[in-house]
Design a protein around this ligand. Structure first.
Ligand SMILES: Cc1ncc(C[n+]2csc(CCOP(=O)(O)OP(=O)(O)O)c2C)c(N)n1
Ligand SMILES: [Mg+2]
Length: 570
């Protein structure tokens, strides 16, 4: 019997009478293992398994490589810490941000048809960003700069809406959303430091570039720390990435660089709303499981945030593991349909597959089934994942957060067309207004009027205080004055004078000037030639000997040519 099949049967009938001998044998092994874990702890359990796998491999038994965990939260509920913030005030803030983000796009499309913009990306990302803004993203660490955040480009309206609430950008700017080239204070469509030089630090909307750059950013930060050019701080690089975006080759192309360099200053958060622009990311499969295997295989720490706290009661009832098994069976296209079709459909199609599961939810209404939360919308689950990520050492972390695209947008929620939604119908606007309790009169709501509570309202005071405690506002880009002096031209007299009849290649000329610059006591340390290969071809051997090659862990071997004069590579 295939292992998977045996497992499934055991999940369905643990210790059931009438097991065949194969099943009994497996049940005995599992019982023995459970006993070890219970009496001697999880680490001992792990050691035993590792020893068994090693044994199997050396005796020629082919052991399947398993990179996936079940379709549930990585952090078990018993290991969660309580939420440290004021959930009610934070919810209020998030609702107002949601409203203003949506209203900004809606009204601009009413006044300037076809101007575009997005509302459904931020609506799936709101909790993931809010928990970060209120509890994790540092504006500074003492007198040192804080964290770097790469925002999902299409979520820009949400980032603007929050900055508007906190008084960082004006109503005039918001009303000129996407009109940034018309000479008035305005907001650019997407993050880009050229378009809003005081606000955005990184351009991210060309999908794939954000994740790729964030890896190199984290590596460069480590370089500066390791060479004592900046002090070592707990500073992090956070990259918010779409699940569709992970299909861009750039997104996944440098994952192993991040693990090889042990970049535990890097955290990816993948907003797994299971949808891209046109439709599902993996309708017939499971993008979260696919990403889990890819990232874990590349050496990353993986944390899945799958289900909200309202599922915990169901998992506690799931003694046989049948619910976990069912969650693993369903493909993404079907998960998307659950959100569109509602509670009765979920009961029939999801729980209805097994009578035991139907029974499990018999005390819940269709409405309650429909509302069962996905992990990326539950602040408690998100907080715990972020906390683990910032505390993790030795490798980069990816958080795979399960969300709903167009969350809260009523009829646009989870639909294939949600990405292209620019305006809401009157009825959807008023429904949104009541769901998130926005104090805008009904008529004004239909126009998409912005709402900003007074500066002394509890939610604004709270939000500002949180930012103060985390070292100040985050969306500020400051360009430091260049504080170095270029060496005078006379230092390059030899190069400028020409080669005096000798044949000198351009590369040799360049290398000799580069060497000169690197020796300069004032700016030498700031010059970092990045040479993936072929330095020798371009005559850089002498430079390599002189300055060495950077290796974050030092050199762990003796180069074969170390003692050969003129050939040393270290
Ligand atoms: C390189 C590139 N190709 C295409 C686009 C157009 N585009 C904008 S958003 C999007 C889909 C995004 O899906 P996903 O990454 O899952 O983000 P979501 O909005 O679902 O959070 C596409 C194809 C782009 N911005 N960049
Ligand atoms: Mg998506």
């Amino acid at each position: 019997m295939a292992t998977q099949e045996i497992n499934n049967r055991i999940l369905e009938f643990p210790g059931a009478p009438g097991m065949d001998s194969e099943e009994e044998e497996v049940a005995e092994w599992i019982e023995a293992f459970d006993q070890v874990v219970e009496e001697e702890g999880a680490n001992r359990g792990c050691e035993l398994l590792e020893a068994l796998i090693e044994r199997a491999r050396t005796s020629g038994v082919e052991v399947p490589i398993q990179l996936n965990t079940p379709y549930i939260n990585t952090i078990p509920v018993e290991e969660e810490v309580p939420y440290p913030g004021d959930r009610q005030l934070e919810r209020r803030l998030k609702s107002l941000t949601r409203w203003n983000a949506m209203a900004m796009v809606h009204r601009q499309n009413k006044t300037d048809a076809g101007i575009g913009g997005h509302i459904s990306t931020y609506s799936s990302l709101a909790t993931l960003l809010e928990v970060g803004f209120n509890h994790f993203f540092h504006g500074c660490y003492g007198d040192q700069p804080g964290d770097f955040i790469y925002f999902q480009g299409h979520a820009s309206p949400g980032v603007y809406a929050r900055a508007f609430l906190l008084g960082r950008i004006t109503e005039e700017q918001v009303l000129n959303f996407r009109h940034e080239l018309r000479g008035l204070p305005a907001l650019s469509s997407y993050p880009h430091p050229w378009l809003m030089p005081d606000f955005w630090r990184f351009p991210t909307v060309s999908m794939g570039l954000g994740p790729l750059n964030s890896i190199y950013q984290a590596r460069f930060m480590r370089y500066l720390e390791n060479r004592n050019l900046i002090p070592r701080t707990p500073r992090k690089v956070w990259a918010f990435v779409g699940d569709g975006e992970t299909d861009e080759p750039e997104s996944m192309g440098s994952l192993t660089l991040a693990s090889r360099e042990k970049l535990d200053n890097l955290i990816f958060v993948v907003n797994c709303n299971l949808q891209r622009l046109d439709g599902p990311v993996r309708g017939n499969g499971k993008i979260i499981q696919e990403l889990e295997a890819a990232f874990r295989g590349a050496g990353w720490n993986v944390i899945k945030v799958m289900w909200g706290g309202d599922w915990d009661r169901l998992f506690a009832r799931d003694k046989s593991g049948l619910l976990v098994k069912r969650l693993g069976e369903v493909v993404d296209g079907e998960y998307q349909a659950y959100k569109v079709k509602g509670g009765e459909y979920i009961r029939r199609k999801f729980f209805g597959k097994y009578p035991e599961l139907l029974e499990m939810v018999s005390d819940m209404s269709d409405e309650e089934l429909h509302r069962l939360t996905r992990g990326g919308h539950d602040p408690q689950k998100v907080y715990n994942a972020y906390k683990r990520a910032v505390e993790h050492e030795g490798s980069p972390t990816v958080i795979l957060a399960h969300t709903v695209k167009g969350y809260g947008l009523g009829s646009a929620e989870a639909r294939n067309a949600t990405h292209q939604e620019k305006k809401l119908a009157d009825q959807a606007l008023t429904a949104f207004r009541s769901r998130f309790e926005i104090p805008v009169p009904e008529m004004a709501a239909k126009e998409g009027r912005l709402y900003r509570p007074p500066d002394d309202s509890p939610e604004i005071v709270y939000a500002k205080k949180r930012r103060e405690e985390l070292g100040g506002f985050l969306l500020i880009r400051e360009v430091p004055k260049l504080a170095f002096e270029a060496p005078p031209l006379s230092e390059f007299a030899d190069s400028v004078a020409g080669s005096k009849g000798r044949a000198v290649s351009t590369t040799m000329g360049f290398v000799s000037m580069l060497r000169q610059l690197m020796k300069d006591p004032k700016i030498g340390k700031l010059i970092v030639p990045i040479i993936p290969d072929e330095g020798r071809t371009f005559g850089m051997e002498s430079i390599i000997r002189q300055v060495g090659i950077y290796a974050s862990r030092g050199q762990l071997y003796k180069p074969h040519d170390q003692d050969m004069p003129g050939e040393q590579t270290e």
